[in-house]
Design a protein around this ligand. Structure first.
Ligand code: HAM
Length: 450
């Protein structure tokens, strides 16, 4: 007898003898769970995601940015060189591994480096400059998960290559500002300039000297950073370090004349277009590729130390660093999960184009059959309609109509089918009217444009 069969018979006997419930013998099957720091975006949240995507697309169109699709897997070297060896992202947060061929690859932690790589790889330097690109998609950072911080999160980003004009920086800050403003999230733009590599080196010497006098007050990580990458101490989130940083020398005092002038022009442009900005003298951002303008977008009324909604800046040296012709560039990226959270916090349910304003409810078999055809008539006329053909009870259907927050519910019962009519219920006022079934599409279209 096969081992398996024997086992089954034995189990049956045991059940018989001890009167055990057979279900109790079935080994509990464990459902594999989400990885820590990963999350699903459920259907009920799509309204936020859709509103964000629509806003991104309309801004990209208005400001002439072209969409790029970039790979999620990139060579590790790309980020080591661009984001910087001694940054948190490269030191601790990259999902990296060797693929089957032994190549060192990484799930991209950000996409500015990828965009710069693509700019070089596809010879975009020969196109009319500036080249303006945008992207959207998942990024991966093996960070400690907490509210608003995931290991897989989504960003969209706007990048401009081929111009070092201050107006480019200002317009990018303006786009980021308008994105939030138009979604109804009040934000402040924290701005700073970190000058050139040369001026930064002089500043670093001063910074190290300052922190050395406070050596006992800063964290172990920062003590290490001090010798390897002192600018990173400035964005350490540990309380003690933040207190010391509050009185640290400010990079603005070390700027060369041309960077200072550039920064002044950026600020003048921002004033011209009414962008709410504040100077953030210790803002250096956590990635090494920046020069001159840097900025971070924080919810109004916070210092943003834990909750930046987005950030960006100029990275004039990056393309050259990656082997391309010297090409000034500037851009920003915004975190989509954090934007969704900000919308929810403010109880903003965004208006999404293509939302369904009509719910079609049916009662009884004949009405259901007529309903199927009526639904098609609406769809052909381009009027999106929600339905629940799988449900029969009117109450359950009306509950759904409520959930979808439609403006009108159409109710088709047996009597209406016989009379050739249909009921239109205004969901806000509760007022109902009965209209000719053959005219209902036109009537609804008219109501929706009123
Ligand atoms: P970043 O500041 O590292 O910049 O990321 C931009 C935004 O992505 C953050 O402000 C935040 O909203 C979101 N984000 C970052 N990490 C997480 C996380 N673990 N969980 C959830 N959201 C997160 C960049 O990535 C640069 N590439 C921006 C840039 C574009 N600079 C120039 N061009």
């Amino acid at each position: 007898m096969a081992k398996k069969e024997e086992k089954e018979i034995l189990e049956e006997l045991v059940v018989e003898e001890k009167k055990i419930d057979p279900a109790a013998l079935v080994k509990k099957i464990k459902t594999p769970q989400l990885l820590r720091g990963f999350h699903d975006v459920l259907a009920e949240d799509q309204v936020y995601w859709e509103a964000i995507r629509q806003k991104v697309n309309s801004l990209a169109f208005a400001y002439s940015f072209d969409r790029m699709e970039l790979p999620i897997l990139e060579p590790t070297e790309l980020f080591v060189r661009s984001v910087g060896k001694q940054t948190d992202i490269v030191e601790k947060e990259m999902f990296q591994f060797q693929d089957q061929s032994g190549a060192n690859v990484v799930l991209r932690p950000e996409a500015t480096a990828s965009t710069a790589r693509a700019y070089i790889e596809h010879g975009m330097v020969d196109r009319p400059q500036p080249v303006k690109l945008f992207y959207e998609g998942p990024m991966f950072r093996y960070d400690r998960p907490q509210a608003g911080r995931y290991r897989q999160f989504n960003q969209f980003g706007f990048e401009t290559f081929g111009s070092d004009e201050a107006i480019i920086d200002a317009q990018l800050i303006l786009i980021a500002d308008r994105f939030f403003r138009e979604l109804g999230i009040p934000v402040t733009m924290q701005v700073n300039s970190i000058g050139t590599t040369e001026t930064r080196n002089e500043y670093k010497i001063e910074l190290v000297a300052y922190y050395r006098t406070h050596r006992n007050e800063i964290c172990e990580d920062c003590k290490r950073r001090l010798t390897r990458n002192p600018l990173r101490v400035l964005d350490c989130k540990v309380e003690g370090c933040r207190a010391v940083t509050a009185n640290a020398p400010q990079i603005i005092d070390w700027l060369d004349e041309s960077s200072k002038e550039h920064f002044m022009r950026v600020l003048e442009y921002l004033e011209e277009v009414d962008v709410h900005y504040v100077l953030a003298p210790h803002l250096v951002r956590g990635l090494d590729y920046y020069s001159r303008t840097v900025f971070e977008i924080v919810p109004e009324g916070t210092d943003g130390s834990q909750s930046a909604l987005g950030g960006g800046g100029r990275y004039d040296g990056l393309v050259e660093l990656l082997g391309g012709r010297p090409t000034p560039a500037c851009g920003f990226a915004i975190g989509i999960e954090r934007t969704v959270a900000a919308l929810k916090e403010r109880q903003i349910l965004p208006e999404v184009r293509g939302r369904r304003d009509i719910f079609l409810a049916q009662l009884g078999d004949v009405a259901r059959r007529k309903g199927l055809a009526l639904f098609e008539a609406f769809r052909q006329e381009g009027v999106p309609v929600a339905e629940a053909f799988g449900k029969s009870a009117l109450k359950a259907q009306l509950e759904l109509a409520d959930k979808y927050q439609v403006k009108y519910t159409l109710i088709l019962g047996q009597k209406e089918v016989l009379d050739g009519t249909i009921i239109i219920r205004d969901m806000e006022s509760g007022v109902q009217e009965t209209v000719d079934m053959n005219k209902v599409v036109g009537i609804i279209k008219k109501k929706l444009t009123e």
